[in-house]
Design a protein around this ligand. Structure first.
Ligand code: HEM
Length: 527
């Protein structure tokens, strides 16, 4: 007791014993608070035990939609893993998806970004990788109005004209095997490229595909520095040099296109005395309207235009969002619909009969027919259930949170497994079977975002802004390919022999490309 009195200096003349005692208690209370909070903190969701420092890094090969779905069988619909210093949570049931995408969406709406993604998106200057917040909100508004809106008639026209070209190409290959996978990837690439840069930019297309492919590889590359940040300076895999080279190629390519568009606009303005441009514009033109100082001055009353000023980096990053968001997703969906229907001849027959009844064999399918093509739409939905083009939706928590009594720390990478959720036996009968007729039931879930057992386009704040355009391309292409041609498997292959595996990346296309032989179904004059 003497020692304590001396330590607290209560024996000093003039010492206020209460004040001194209080001073001594403060640190003690803080320590007790921390200890108490730790012991009171909720547990992490269940998951396999990791090793010190590296955590579950040895399970890297299971970080796919199929691998995680396998782990869900053991650990349930909410799974915790730790990769190095990064917490990861997989969400694999409809109810947990609702918690994350609706109930607590304000906490779960950030995006995780690797070192590669941050660098290649000009430090998240785009919409898809921007964190949830005012910048993302403004970017999304601009994109919804300028890039994805149905009013951008040019994008919708690109779909129709490029599908027409594709039908012509198939009509020239009648009776021979056609690589449908490559055909539809080229189709969606051409649609998006044209919608973004305009019909006249065709020459650079192949160079641009090369740039996109390197971006895609870098996006997907495993970089140990993402999980153990101290290794960032060492860069043991030499990724930094590849990133710099890839972004320089993109800069060179798009800077030229942007400058060319600006020059054209200047020339048009000069000849028309600044009259409003009535020609069709591409996405670069539309985004440039926000970029140009002049547009800003001319529309000072418009709050949205004044609240954010796009830079060239924003334009480049948004264009990349559109290229990545709109190309492989739609292509893989078209290929899967055709493949699933070819594996299920009765359903294929029914779709084609519906097309013949609604459209007839003397003309091509038009947009006005879509509402009457009920079974075709069911087949598309059933394909999106079994093969959501983006199988894992990637989100990140903005702060500490709690789901179903489990602790989810700030900055956790959240993987919402749309693939596993669409095949969950708790929500779907006979979940692995392709059965379009299940969507004929008027109570069947829809993909608009309020039925969490079916979320191919996500749900809530970060859901897909390109859904309408994507669905339009998907319906237009599938309806035309199935209405115009009968498709047979090559070399006597049986439907049951078809491969149903996928490859995991940003999207999950078929592991082997669909190859099929077309023959005509319509009157000759229609092709
Ligand atoms: C069948 C076609 C498509 C499917 C299945 C699809 C699916 C998705 C999904 C699942 C997400 C993420 C949702 C989330 O994280 O919660 C997403 C986001 C996004 N999609 Fe799509 N998409 C399609 C077509 C398109 C098209 C055609 C475009 C552009 C032209 C596009 C642009 C985007 C963008 C920019 C985002 C990011 C939105 C944000 O982070 O705020 N998508 N899409």
């Amino acid at each position: 007791m003497d020692a304590l009195t001396r330590y607290l200096r209560l024996d000093q003349p003039g010492a206020d014993p209460y004040f001194t005692l209080l001073l001594a208690l403060v640190p003690l209370l803080i320590i007790l608070g921390v200890v108490f909070r730790r012991s009171r903190r909720l547990p992490y969701p269940p998951g396999p035990k990791g090793l010190p420092i590296i955590g579950n890094m040895l399970m890297l090969d299971q970080m796919t939609h199929r691998g995680l779905a396998g782990l869900a069988k053991k650990y349930g619909g909410l799974l915790h893993l730790r990769m190095g210093f990064v917490h990861m949570v997989a969400v694999q049931s409809a109810e947990h998806a609702r918690q994350v995408l609706q109930v607590k969406d304000n906490v779960f709406s950030n995006r995780p970004a690797t070192i590669a993604i941050t660098y290649l998106t000009y430090d998240r200057a785009d919409m898809a990788f921007a964190h949830y917040g005012p910048f993302w909100r403004q970017m999304r508004k601009i994109c919804v109005i300028r890039v994805f809106s149905r009013k951008r008639a040019e994008s919708w026209r690109s779909v129709r004209e490029e599908v027409d070209k594709m039908v012509g190409e198939v009509a020239r290959s009648l009776g021979s095997p056609v690589n449908v996978g490559e055909l539809v990837f080229k189709l969606t690439m051409d649609i998006t490229y044209r919608a973004a840069f305009g019909a006249s930019a065709k020459e650079g297309r192949d160079e641009f595909i090369g740039i996109l492919q390197e971006f895609s590889k870098l996006f997907g590359a495993f970089n140990i520095s993402d999980f153990i940040p101290y290794l960032g300076r060492v860069d043991p895999q030499g990724i930094q040099a590849r990133l710099v080279k890839a972004r320089q190629s993109l800069d060179k390519f798009i800077d030229y296109i942007i400058d060319d568009h600006m020059e054209k606009k200047r020339r048009k303005d000069a000849t028309r005395g600044g009259d409003e441009d009535t020609d069709d514009t591409d996405m670069v033109d539309d985004l440039l309207a926000f970029y140009s100082e002049e547009a800003k001055l001319n529309s000072e009353s418009d709050d949205l235009q004044n609240s954010i000023k796009l830079t060239k980096d924003n334009i480049k990053a948004i264009i990349m969002d559109v290229m990545f968001g709109g190309t492989e997703t739609v292509a893989s969906a078209i290929e899967w619909v055709l493949a699933e229907l070819m594996r299920s001849p009765e359903d294929l027959k029914r779709v084609q009969k519906e097309l013949a009844d609604v459209v007839g064999i003397d003309r091509r399918v038009e947009e006005e027919d879509f509402d009457k093509l009920t079974f075709l739409r069911c087949a598309i939905k059933e394909t999106l259930r079994l093969h959501p083009p983006i199988p894992l939706l990637l989100h990140e928590t903005a702060e500490d949170s709690e789901i179903s009594g489990y602790f989810i720390p700030k900055k956790t990478r959240v993987m919402i497994n749309a693939w596993a959720i669409g095949r969950d036996p708790a929500s779907w009968d006979d979940p692995d079977t392709f059965r379009p007729s299940r969507f004929l039931n008027e109570n069947a879930p829809d993909f608009k975002g309020s039925n969490f057992e079916f979320i191919p386009f996500g749900s809530g704040r970060r859901s897909c802004p390109g859904m309408q355009l994507g669905l339009y391309g998907l319906e237009y292409a599938v309806a035309n390919l199935l209405h115009c041609f009968t498709w047979e498997l090559p070399d006597g292959m049986k439907p049951a022999d078809m491969d149903t595996n996928d490859v995991f990346g940003l999207t999950a296309p078929r592991a082997t490309r669909l190859v099929a032989v077309p023959t005509p179904r319509l009157l000759r004059a229609v092709y």
